[in-house]
Design a protein around this ligand. Structure first.
Ligand code: C5J
Length: 226
């Protein structure tokens, strides 16, 4: 079954049976006050705007039995998987591993590291813990996709220009077709949001396709009715 979504730079065609909804790093550490994002001086409310449309996409994907994969950026408690360059870079109020209001910043197992309640994974939905910005680096993400016969990705989450972009670039190089949902990805910087989306679809879709979630939902709803 092939579905078509009107997208930029042109129609995105996919088969829901071989497509995964990928939800990148919708963690309290990025989306709620007191986490990693806020320690870097960011306004986390900008990221929270993606939660309602993403909830709708997630509900529909689950109803249709599509593969859903969540990711979380973070580090093991002894920080042995955190390169010094990442640990010491910038001037945050709290560094990775420091105790914060939601537990140790960006450390696996801590409350702040986990996914926001609104998008909590269901039992059986894979959660990929990644030490870097990309979802393939240092993880079993590629193997999970291969095991499930996935060839296309619908990419959502935060932040557009960092972990979403890195994942889409990694996926593109590995031959996956990626549709990025413009209202289901978010940035602390409106200008990066606009540029990040434009860069994906530019040059005939150099990294993939971009469409609003309404366009995907329309295609999936037609599938559910058919
Ligand atoms: C960042 C991410 N921005 N998930 N991580 O550090 O995009």
């Amino acid at each position: 079954m092939t579905l078509t979504v009107p997208a930029d730079p042109g129609p995105f065609t996919f088969d829901p049976a071989t497509t995964a909804l990928v939800i990148i790093d919708m963690q309290r550490d990025f989306c709620e006050p007191g986490g990693f994002g806020e320690t870097l001086g960011n306004d986390v409310s900008l990221l929270r705007t993606v939660i309602p449309p993403l909830q709708e996409v997630l509900t529909t994907a689950r109803r249709l039995g599509m593969t859903v994969i969540h990711t979380r950026e973070g580090h093991v408690p002894d920080l042995s998987d955190c390169p010094p360059a990442k640990l010491h870079r910038g001037n945050p109020t709290l560094r990775i591993g420091d105790p914060g209001p939601k537990g140790r910043i960006l450390v696996r197992g801590e409350y702040g590291h986990d996914i926001v309640d609104e998008l909590a994974p269901l039992p059986g939905e894979p959660v990929v813990d990644k030490p870097g910005k990309g979802s393939f680096h240092g993880t079993d993400f590629g193997a999970l996709l291969a095991d499930r016969g996935v060839t296309s990705l619908i990419v959502t989450g935060v932040t557009t220009e960092v972990c979403v972009h890195t994942t889409v670039r990694e996926a593109n190089d590995r031959g996956y077709e990626c549709l990025v949902l413009s209202d289901c990805v978010g940035s602390y910087f409106p200008e990066f949001q606009a540029a990040g989306l434009a860069m994906i679809a530019a040059q005939g879709g150099i990294f993939g396709w971009v469409a609003p979630s309404s366009a995907l939902l329309e295609a999936l709803t037609r599938e559910a009715v058919a």
